[in-house]
Design a protein around this ligand. Structure first.
Ligand SMILES: Cc1cc2nc3c(=O)[nH]c(=O)nc-3n(C[C@H](O)[C@H](O)[C@H](O)COP(=O)(O)OP(=O)(O)OC[C@H]3O[C@@H](n4cnc5c(N)ncnc54)[C@H](O)[C@@H]3O)c2cc1C
Length: 277
């Protein structure tokens, strides 16, 4: 459980972080909260020779309302999202999902950017970002580019963030007063989700549905949304929750159990979020 030897550099600015990434290429890794990267290094699943610490950069810890959206700096702690009055009022689904992550110590260190770039389909916030149709803003040597959350998550632990890029912002729609629900089934109080479900009433009154831990990527349950759109009642629509997904089998449950759980939790979440009423 001891990582391979590495050098540590604290970036003095975002530009400095980009310069260091350019200088060290695929030998370098950004360090944010370290709650995913350091365990991977201890298991020797990752062995970067340089860690570039971006955890103290104020330019990554901004939170700005902008044109009907919230722009969240990638360096915000998960606890910042949980406690921010603006996030709680404008995007309560995101605040609720943040509050469900790990324990208070994890949330106080781990960042929203870290959980997004790590790309674990069992993580809660990525599924919420897919549900919200969030936009991810990346900065690299060639400037900035924007990707939808659906484009960003490529495969298990794989995202579209390049080795020479920094995720700088996450843009989510402000949806004050819209109904939502977040259901997370876990065996013990601070476990990761066996399955999770996020439901958000959109600005035009439809319901978007995202699933945690039901596929190699955070999963948008489009068949549920299509069924609701064509007038299906909640139980019937929720029956489509696992359609097209590829739930994993592990010690917490096999894929058939997860598929069933997804249907049950989706029905509950849709009802809470006022779908079909
Ligand atoms: C005990 C424990 C319990 C947990 N429980 C949960 C849970 O219930 N639900 C859940 O969703 N998660 C859970 N987590 C995971 C935790 O939320 C993630 O470890 C964390 O979000 C990763 O963020 P970080 O800031 O620590 O990232 P780091 O570990 O620092 O980095 C992760 C990866 O992202 C890259 N990276 C980080 N920031 C950027 C950036 N801005 N731009 C580009 N690349 C970047 C790093 O290079 C690295 O590859 C748990 C973790 C622990 C240790």
């Amino acid at each position: 459980m001891i990582p391979a030897e590495f050098d540590y550099v604290a970036a003095s600015s975002l530009e400095d972080a980009l310069r260091l990434l350019g200088e060290h290429g695929d030998e370098a890794k950004l360090l944010a909260g370290g709650h995913s990267l350091i365990p991977l290094m201890k298991f020797r699943l990752a062995a970067p020779s340089v860690l570039v610490d971006i955890s103290r950069l104020p330019e990554l810890r901004t939170l700005r309302p902008s044109d009907g959206h919230l722009r969240l700096g990638a360096g915000l702690r998960i606890r910042d999202l949980e406690l921010s009055p603006v996030v709680r009022e404008q995007v309560p689904l995101l605040a609720a999902a943040a509050a469900s992550v790990g324990d208070r110590q994890v949330r106080a260190r781990a960042t929203v950017g870290g959980t997004v770039v790590h790309g674990d389909p069992a993580a809660d916030i990525p599924a919420v970002l897919v549900t919200l149709d969030a936009t991810l803003v990346l900065r690299g040597p060639a400037g900035e580019r924007e990707l939808s959350a659906a484009e960003f998550f490529v495969d298990f632990w794989e995202t579209a963030c390049g080795l020479d890029e920094v995720l700088v912002e996450i843009v989510v729609p402000a949806l004050p007063g819209r109904r939502w629900a977040f259901e997370k089934f876990r065996q013990r109080s601070q476990d990761w989700a066996t399955v999770g479900v996020a439901v958000q009433e959109t600005a035009d009154g439809e319901h978007a549905v995202g699933l945690v831990n039901m596929a190699p990527v955070p999963w948008r349950a489009s068949p549920v949304e299509d069924a609701l759109r064509s007038g299906a009642a909640v139980p019937e629509a929720a029956g489509h929750a696992a359609e097209g997904a590829a739930p994993p089998s592990d010690l917490r449950g096999d894929s058939a159990y997860r598929a069933h759980l997804a249907q049950v939790l989706t029905a509950k979440a849709l009802t809470t979020a006022g779908a079909g009423s």
